[in-house]
Design a protein around this ligand. Structure first.
Ligand code: IVH
Length: 695
């Protein structure tokens, strides 16, 4: 009886899930509502009798999980829900030749303080050209699937992922961790891609540029039945959140994935020596054209997981992995014209308008010429025959000119001295190769680019406000500066020509936009900083600033002090990891400009700026200012610094009365003395390690 009950609950769980998907996501039920209700009632009755047998994936537990089965219609108005990654989804640094790979291994060794004689075993595997996906399993059952998004927060595509054959709904085998987030790449096979495009063409539907775009477009469908109809595949190669790691090696872990029901790449292997990994690179490169999926390089990972842990990450990439890219693909074509684009930071970028040509499967009609010096170096002229190259996601570029094919009347290109958009002087400062428009926010091009950046995904991420809408609002004079975005609703309520009457808008889209804008009145401090579009102030630096200064007022105060010549404030900024004097100078220039200051304070007045939570608030060193001095024996200086920062501490180079802890190794001199004089807490390396043990 008991065994039968258990079996029946299992059968019902599967059956009800099947009908749920048919009903909610495919809009194609196979049974009547009454029959469906009977199945659920039966499940409920058996569970009441045998509560010990209630399954983790029981249908009775799923009632409260609307995100998984929201109707396509409901999602259409909302977009995907967001999922915050427990561990960030990282990208990879690149290596372009063998030497870069040896340098990578050298860096790993130095960071870990390993002797020359010690070898670092590496795994090598193809870098799949698709999009990454994080699959979270709890007690062996898939509970969510998220795209990478900005690395911190992705989109909830659980219902879509469930339609992929290679994504197990429940794990097979045994000994999987209770919480297991498997990460890997969703991709479309080349043959499936070709068939899909033929089908799309016949239907008069959208043609995809390449398998990667087709995979991304197919996964991120609000109507899951479309995803289900697309032949997506999945390779598992990494993990995120995990309750315990069952092995000590990368290779073993990926092999476990296989026993749990995932597809792993057959070309992956482990090599004791770097030379072995490089041989695998050459093998994979030679097989590249015969594979039925696109790859753009080989990924090497340090095999020992304890070393991976110690290596950690820097900026947005792990120190323990690197992507060895294949050489760029090239093609020959003719330059029809040379255009100048003005970017957000005023940079004038020359762009070659080309006779369209296919490079590595993608049609290219524009290629960057980078800057004035590059045009001069290449001596590119309109009418020239040029070689264009495209590597991975980077913008195609002109690499050489075939002067033997140059038309007689082709004249040398003269780089403009005025901004083609606002006519302000365009100059290159000092030894900078970039010519910039000096118009600042008065230049329409810079303004519009700045506004586009402001609403973009990693900045304010305002749903329903993209390039098109920004252009529309700007043309009509409704949005001139950032703060105007937050005044749109009030303006719309008092105008005789409200947005809902404009072409392409309706009541619902206006309401949604206003809601999306209003939701962004509470904004994280680092997003706010990044959104300002200050040159050099990327996402990573914005995070560092947010962590360092805590909140907006403190930050602005520090900037003011620094601008007014307060040396301690200047030193504090330059001391932040990754900020140097040159970078600091561009920040000061931005905040010294009264127009910029006005724009920033107008914006701040519309918002509640949320301080960034310290990464690890329960760590005893969170928020503390730590100085390392003397020689460390158990870790390199870089490792110590990286670890301290990952625990929310700020690492400084010099001791002052603001310093909280000085970690002093043998040979420590003046810094230790200063700490003692100032009464700052001093710790030995062992005491420091004991303090942060287990974190
Ligand atoms: S490992 C922490 N392995 O490449 C390391 N990534 O450029 C995380 N990718 O976002 C990635 N094939 O989408 C890894 N075999 C592979 C990969 C791979 C493709 C993608 C992944 C990642 C991007 C980084």
């Amino acid at each position: 009886m008991k065994r039968e009950a258990k079996k029946e609950l299992e059968r019902l769980a599967k059956l009800i899930l099947h009908h749920d998907i048919l009903y909610h996501t495919n809009d194609a039920p196979e049974i009547s509502d009454a029959d469906y209700d009977k199945l659920r009632l039966r499940n409920k009755a058996i569970e009441a009798q045998f509560p010990d047998f209630i399954r983790n994936d029981s249908p009775s537990k799923r009632v409260g999980a609307p995100t998984l089965f929201d109707s396509a219609e409901a999602k259409q108005t909302k977009g995907f829900d967001k999922i915050k990654h427990v561990r960030p989804m990282l990208s990879l640094d690149n290596a372009f030749n063998d030497e870069d790979v040896f340098d990578f291994v050298g860096r790993v060794k130095r960071f870990l303080g390993l002797g020359e004689e010690i070898t670092v075993a590496l795994t090598a595997e193809p870098k799949i050209d698709g999009l990454s996906l994080a699959l979270r399993y709890e007690k062996g059952v898939l509970v969510s699937a998220a795209t990478r998004g900005d690395g911190e927060t992705g989109e909830n595509v659980t219902a879509n992922a469930l339609t992929i054959k290679d994504v197990p709904q429940t794990l097979s085998g045994d000994n999987w961790p209770d919480v297991l987030e498997v990460r890997g790449e969703v991709y479309m096979a080349r043959s499936d891609f070709a068939a899909l495009n033929t089908e799309q063409e016949a239907k008069g539907a959208k043609i995809f540029a390449n398998p990667r775009n087709a995979a991304a477009g197919s996964l991120r469908q609000l109507d899951t039945s479309i995803t289900a109809s697309r032949p997506l595949k999945f390779f598992a190669y990494a993990w995120g959140d995990i309750s315990h790691v069952p092995t000590a090696r990368q290779m073993e872990m990926v092999q476990l994935f296989k026993t749990w029901g995932f597809v792993i790449n057959p070309l992956m292997d482990m090599f004791d020596e770097t030379s072995g990994a490089l041989e695998r690179y050459r093998l994979i490169e030679s097989e590249r054209s015969t594979l039925d999926y696109d790859i753009d390089g080989v990924v090497y990972k340090v095999d020992r997981l304890d070393w991976q842990d110690r290596l950690g990450m820097v900026a947005r990439a792990p120190r323990w992995a690197i992507a060895h890219k294949f050489p760029a693909e090239k093609a020959i074509t003719v330059v029809r014209d040379i255009d100048i684009q003005v970017g957000r930071t005023g940079a004038l970028t020359p762009v070659a308008k080309l006779e369209p040509i296919t490079v590595g499967g993608v049609v290219v009609s524009n290629a960057t010429l980078h800057n004035r010096d590059e045009i001069k170096r290449l001596d590119v002229r309109v009418g020239d025959t040029v070689t264009v190259q495209r590597a991975g996601d980077v913008i195609p570029q002109v690499v050489s000119v075939d002067t033997s094919k140059r038309p007689d009347d082709a004249t040398a290109y003269i780089f403009p001295e005025l901004c083609p958009v606002c006519n302000s002087a365009a100059v290159a400062e000092g030894d900078d190769v970039v010519v910039r428009c000096t118009g600042g926010m008065t230049c329409e091009a810079q303004k519009v680019e700045g506004l586009r950046h402001f609403v973009s995904r990693n900045a304010f991420d305002i749903d329903g406000m993209g390039e098109k809408q920004i252009a529309q609002f700007h043309e009509r004079g409704w949005i001139n500066e950032f703060a105007d975005i937050f005044k749109l609703e009030a303006k719309n309520d008092t105008t005789s020509n409200p947005i809902q009457k404009w072409e392409g808008w309706g009541d619902l889209s206006v309401r949604n936009l206003m809601q999306a804008i209003s939701a962004r009145r509470n904004i994280e401090f680092d997003r706010f900083l990044f959104a300002l579009g200050v040159r050099h102030l990327g996402q990573q630096t914005a995070k560092l600033f947010a962590r360092h200064y805590g909140d907006f007022d403190t930050f602005i105060d520090a900037m003011d002090k620094a601008i007014n010549g307060d040396e301690a404030a200047v030193a504090e900024l330059i001391d932040i990891d990754g900020v140097g004097e040159k970078m600091a100078e561009t920040f000061f220039r931005f905040f010294r400009d009264t127009e910029n200051r006005r724009i920033v304070s107008n914006l701040a007045a519309e918002l509640k700026i949320i301080p960034l939570e310290l990464q690890s608030t329960d760590s005893p060193v969170a928020g503390k200012i730590v100085v390392f001095t003397g020689s460390l024996e158990k870790m390199s200086r870089n490792e110590a610094k990286a670890k301290a920062e990952s625990l929310g501490a700020k690492v400084a180079g010099s001791v002052s009365k603001k310093t909280d802890i000085v970690v002093a190794g043998p040979g420590a001199g003046s810094k230790l003395k200063k700490a003692q004089d100032l009464g700052v807490q001093t710790l030995s390396e062992d005491e420091w390690l004991a303090l942060i043990a287990g974190l």
